[in-house]
Design a protein around this ligand. Structure first.
Ligand code: DGL
Length: 262
């Protein structure tokens, strides 16, 4: 394996760019390829078999570009396909699920936690299984309207607060002290979610820990890029590159010059 090869990330669309921006900060010498599978967006309401198929196709595309590490930046894809991709691929595969799970475990004192995610992530039962095995009481909440709200730029609109109250009111009085934002888009709603849940509930966003875990893994395996010349970032979308570029601005603090259609 060549340590100068790029890291590959994929998501159903632009949301996983929040993970990429943390990877850029944690690993400033690394070349990065990002694939947004916008042709199949959203994953959050799709069946497990469709999501697994898309995830394998995305991983195969990135493998053909000779990546040295795959980061599944989409929570829904990760919930359904991380174990499969870890078995199938000859390179290390990381996802946003395990860093989020570890952070949640460390943060809770009451051992009562909420997981907010897409309908498909919640239906996969992945967080429920992991957290119940640690004797935590889990409140899983599917919030399907959050993604379109963010993509419409309405994250600070009064309607976003109403939707958050609608989804999260059942958490009042449960004694949760931590809520995991297990969807790429939910950190953009964290102000509203925090207002609804109250300041005593800590919100966990796994993007930062995922990047730290990636850095650790590359270091341990001697795969850090030794070159300090400017890294190359390439962006791919399976549909409408212009829309990708437009929406990317919500999630990614750096300019994106070009998005390649695949
Ligand atoms: N990227 C997805 C996730 O993190 C949210 C958008 C979608 O439903 O595709 O679960």
């Amino acid at each position: 394996m060549d340590s100068s090869n790029p890291i590959g990330l994929f998501d159903s669309g632009v949301g996983g760019l929040t993970v990429m921006s943390e990877v850029v900060k944690a690993l400033p010498n690394e070349h990065i390829l990002y694939l947004g599978d916008t042709a199949h967006l959203p994953y959050g309401n799709k069946s497990p078999s469709a999501i697994i198929r898309f995830a394998i196709e995305n991983a195969n595309f990135l493998m053909r570009q000779k990546i040295k590490l795959l980061i599944i930046s989409c929570h829904t894809a990760c919930a359904h396909a991380i174990d499969i991709l870890q078995t199938l691929l000859p390179i290390p595969v990381l996802g946003v699920r395990d860093p989020g799970f570890c952070d949640l475990l460390q943060a809770t004192r009451t051992k009562r936690v909420a997981v907010l995610a897409t309908a498909s992530t919640i239906a996969s039962g992945t967080f429920q299984t992991l957290l119940q095995a640690e004797k935590l009481h889990v409140y899983p909440i599917a919030c399907p309207l959050f993604v379109p709200f963010v993509e419409e730029g309405l994250q600070n609109h009064a309607a976003a607060k109403l939707i958050a109250e609608y989804y999260l009111s059942s958490l009042k009085g449960t004694g949760i002290d931590v809520a995991l934002l297990a969807c790429t888009h939910y950190p953009l709603l964290s102000t509203v979610i925090q207002e609804v849940l109250g300041t005593e509930v800590r919100l966990i966003e796994p993007a930062h820990s995922t990047a730290q875990m990636a850095a650790q893994l590359l270091k341990e395996r001697n795969l850090l890029n030794p070159s300090t010349s400017s890294p190359i970032y390439r962006f791919f979308a399976s549909d409408d590159p212009e829309k990708f570029r437009r929406l990317a601005k919500i999630f990614f603090p750096f300019p994106i010059e070009k998005v390649e259609l695949v």
